[in-house]
Design a protein around this ligand. Structure first.
Ligand code: AMP
Ligand code: MG
Length: 413
């Protein structure tokens, strides 16, 4: 009965959410140059072998390994440069001047780096060389399929493309990718006390943090907010705003007004205008959280406190957005870290404690919690690298205790 009384744990909530979400139907053909961050709807497949020829990986001399004994002299009969092959088979007992990336001529099976060769006389492309080391078959020769074999899968459907995925596919000659469409997102920031930064602040008002927070997180994750709006805690204006924004997007995210206060109208409105899938989390920060559907749009009602809004976004909304975009939602990577300082807390709910990642003198990871963990205090999230997963019953952990932490870093490549 914990679910009903206390709310869902994060794992329960995530499982329920992902069980009902499917990729949006749209597909686009996207130029690969613009495809970083997009999710593939069809695999990327190498159209041919890459590089497609045996290429030298050194500047030096192409030759036959059997001719390559230390002290052996060979005449240099020509040159193979990148983009300008020698173009004829290499005769036994001869060498060809060669550069990195150039075709290794037929007949040659090795490259002697120029550092290992004495040049007897004249120009490097038309002279004699004397080898200083023995030569092994295949040395400094790249296979024609080193990067990719014909038909090799370079990236799979459902994969979110990183920079290197894109670059490797383009290096194999591809220029477009079939990708899923991205969810269109709208934002509704609720709260009569909120003003945009820069506006006058009458007594009791505060600056809106959640609007800028979600706009920036969504932008960082490659998603566009097609419309956003602020509304006060008036049920009628809230209803109008919810319906308007739901009609314009695949996902509507609101913040604030989802708890049990007199001014909290979001959950009852969701129940009346659409369907509430579930409400409330057994989590700190982020207890008030509601999700469901409204006018065919997936709805997320996030808490008003900015840290709770950020944490529930990262834990639940981001996986849901990935599922809608056709990607398998991946949990944040986890690692075991030791506490640099003791941790004291009030027991009751599982907690995600914001912490900085450092290392001890041996290079082992250490976590330093970011001070007061109030869910209203954005400073507890500023520069945080980790969310420490702390059990509901924990009250105190001494310095040095090993805990599991989620690593809040997006991949660069
Ligand atoms: P609520 O969930 O609406 O009860 O809000 C909880 C707390 O978060 C209150 O102290 C609100 O003033 C604050 N809050 C709500 N929305 C925002 C926002 N957009 N930016 C900053 N603080 C907010
Ligand atoms: Mg409020």
């Amino acid at each position: 009965m914990q679910e009903v009384r206390q709310g869902y744990t994060l794992d329960q909530a995530r499982a329920r959410l992902l069980a009902v979400l499917n990729p949006l139907p749209g597909r686009n053909v996207c130029p690969l140059r613009q495809a970083r961050g997009r999710v593939l709807a069809a695999p990327l497949v190498a159209p041919r072998a890459v590089p497609g020829f045996r290429a030298s990986s050194m500047d030096g001399y192409a030759l036959r390994a059997v001719d390559g004994r230390p002290g052996q002299s060979l005449p240099v009969v020509g040159c193979s440069a990148a983009g300008a092959p020698y173009g004829r088979p290499l005769q036994p007992g001869r060498a060809v001047r060669i550069f990195t990336g150039a075709v290794v001529p037929d007949g040659a099976d090795a490259v002697a780096p120029q550092e290992d060769v004495q040049l007897a006389q004249g120009e490097p492309s038309n002279s004699m060389i004397t080898l200083e080391t023995s030569i092994h078959p295949g040395q400094w020769v790249r296979s024609p399929q080193e990067e990719a074999a014909p038909g090799e899968q370079l990236a799979s459907a459902g994969q979110r493309l990183g920079s290197v995925d894109v670059v490797r596919a383009m290096g194999c000659g591809l220029c477009t990718a079939q990708v899923y469409s991205r969810p269109r997102v709208t934002l509704l920031i609720t709260g009569s006390e909120l003003r945009p930064a820069g506006d006058p602040l009458p007594p009791g008002t505060i600056c809106d943090s959640n609007g800028p927070l979600l706009l920036s997180l969504l932008e960082q994750l490659g998603l566009t907010v097609v419309d956003h709006q602020w509304v006060d805690d008036d049920p009628q204006r809230l209803e109008t705003a919810l319906l308007r924004l739901a009609g314009r997007s695949d996902v509507l995210i609101s913040t604030g007004g989802v708890s049990v206060g007199d001014g909290d109208h979001v959950r009852p409105l969701l129940e009346r205008l659409g369907t509430l899938q579930f409400w409330r989390l057994f989590l700190k920060p982020g207890r008030p959280f509601a999700t469901g559907t409204m006018a065919g749009t997936r709805f997320f009602g996030l808490p008003g406190n900015p840290v709770s809004a950020a944490v529930t976004f990262l834990q639940l909304v981001w996986p849901a957005l990935q599922a809608l975009e056709g990607a398998a939602p991946e949990p944040w990577p986890r690692l075991r870290v030791r506490l640099a300082d003791p941790l004291r807390r009030r027991p009751g709910r599982p907690e995600l404690v914001r912490a900085h990642l450092t290392t001890d003198y041996r290079g082992n990871p250490l976590a330093t919690p970011c001070g007061d963990q109030s869910s209203a205090r954005l400073a507890s999230l500023q520069g945080a690298d980790l969310l420490l997963e702390i059990d509901a019953s924990t009250t105190e952990l001494p310095a040095g205790t090993a805990v599991t932490a989620q690593l809040l870093r997006l991949p660069v490549l």
